[in-house]
Design a protein. Structure first.
Length: 66
């Protein structure tokens, strides 16, 4: 797992249900890097991303409980 992906995943574990904007403020990584990391984590079934909002900053991220 890449360092940025690991940092995003750790943040989601610490703060489940927070928004992508929160992850941006918390980690300081560029928004595109965060979105790429979220896509990778979701493809691997580590997280679920609620994309019901048009603005990616409002997407909410939840860890899966497998």
């Amino acid at each position: 797992m890449k360092p940025v992906t690991r940092a995003i995943y750790d943040c989601i574990l610490d703060f489940p249900g927070e928004t992508v904007s929160f992850l941006f403020r918390e980690t300081g990584y560029p928004m595109l890097s965060i979105l790429d990391a979220l896509n990778r984590l979701e493809e691997q079934n580590f997280i679920v991303v609620d994309r019901s909002y048009v603005d990616p900053g409002c997407y909410r991220c939840y860890p899966t409980l497998d």
